[in-house]
Design a protein. Structure first.
Length: 321
């Protein structure tokens, strides 16, 4: 099996619910935000193990059994995402393009005095070699300070960037406002109130009223919401790399398959699409003396010998918020 990343468009067929870390009791409203990578990995692995008839052959399987007997294409698979994404379709409702949306880097902020959507609306951090009180980094990292000493608006929410917009920002240092989109155009919240039923009396339990906030992906962006992206639909995008040495056809098993994802019996439908062209280091290129890294998803990093903290090779700048 060729080791190629599989792109996955995840279309929600209902509202979604991914719990935050707050306790679920009558005194709190439980807020559902975006899913984390562990949720995605668990949902896809479970679906693939079921499709491979693993649970039918191993009805009492525990984690050790799964790791020992499961197909390596599934048990050793790697994942990226999920990301909010835009989908462009033609008049026959056929998907033509999937555009993943990424969080803006922490070097950006919103100008307090500007409200337009132009590039001058953004302020950014820049590295400085000037001595700062208390800054003495053992790895030689440089602090990043706000350009022109202009602190951003703490209440200003940055838009999301398309992958193309992030590439342009990292490679050219410029911001293309046409490659950004306001978060409010993508999702909305569906607030529900529920009651807890007493298992013995089958009546409402006293004080057993609770609230939850569900996530709803915008089925189509309107011209009034964002002219640049009007007509696009919102979905989730993820990628999977099947483990080496496995034989199970993950690509066929996932394409068009409903996947439990979003809590309380909700599902998304997975569709296989082309994987994105993520920027990669050039082969045989010596890393620059100083560089700034953007991490789109969590990753494992080697530890510095001096500070005993994660530090990718060549990184010589740091965010101190």
């Amino acid at each position: 099996m060729s080791e190629q990343w599989i792109g996955l468009r995840l279309d929600a067929i209902d509202t979604l619910f991914f719990r935050d870390g707050r306790p679920f009791d009558a005194s709190n409203r439980v807020v559902g935000g975006l899913p984390n990578p562990q949720t995605l990995a668990g949902a896809l692995r479970t679906t693939l193990l079921g499709a491979s008839k693993f649970f039918k052959d191993n009805p009492n399987a525990n984690l050790r059994t799964i790791l020992e007997k499961g197909d390596k294409a599934i048990t050793e698979a790697k994942f990226r995402g999920p990301f909010l994404a835009l989908v462009k379709r033609d008049n026959q409702n056929t998907e033509k393009e999937v555009i993943p949306l990424l969080e803006p880097p922490a070097i950006l902020g919103i100008d307090k005095e500007k409200t337009s959507s132009e590039e001058k609306n953004f302020v950014r951090r820049i590295p400085t070699t000037k001595p700062l009180p208390g800054w003495n980094d053992p790895d030689g990292l440089l602090p990043l300070i706000w350009k022109d000493k202009k602190a951003p608006d703490p209440k200003g929410k940055l838009p999301l960037f398309t992958l193309q917009g992030i590439k342009k920002l990292l490679n050219e240092g410029t911001i293309d406002p046409n490659q950004t989109i306001d978060r409010g155009s993508l999702t909305s919240n569906d607030t529900r109130t529920g009651i807890q039923i007493d298992s013995e009396s089958l009546a409402t339990k006293e004080g057993g009223i609770y609230g939850i906030r569900l996530l709803s992906l915008n089925p189509k962006i309107k011209d009034s919401q964002d002219k640049n992206w009007a007509g696009y639909s919102v979905c989730l995008y993820a990628e999977m790399l099947p483990g080496a040495g496995g034989t199970f056809d993950c690509k066929s098993a996932l394409n068009g398959t409903p996947i439990p994802f979003g809590g309380e019996g909700r599902c998304v439908v997975a569709h296989v699409v082309d994987a994105q062209d993520w920027p990669l280091p050039k082969e045989n290129e010596t890393p620059p003396a100083r560089s700034l890294w953007y991490l789109a998803t969590p990753t494992f990093l080697p530890f510095s010998e001096r500070s005993k903290r994660p530090l990718p090779r060549g990184v010589k700048a740091a965010i101190s918020g």
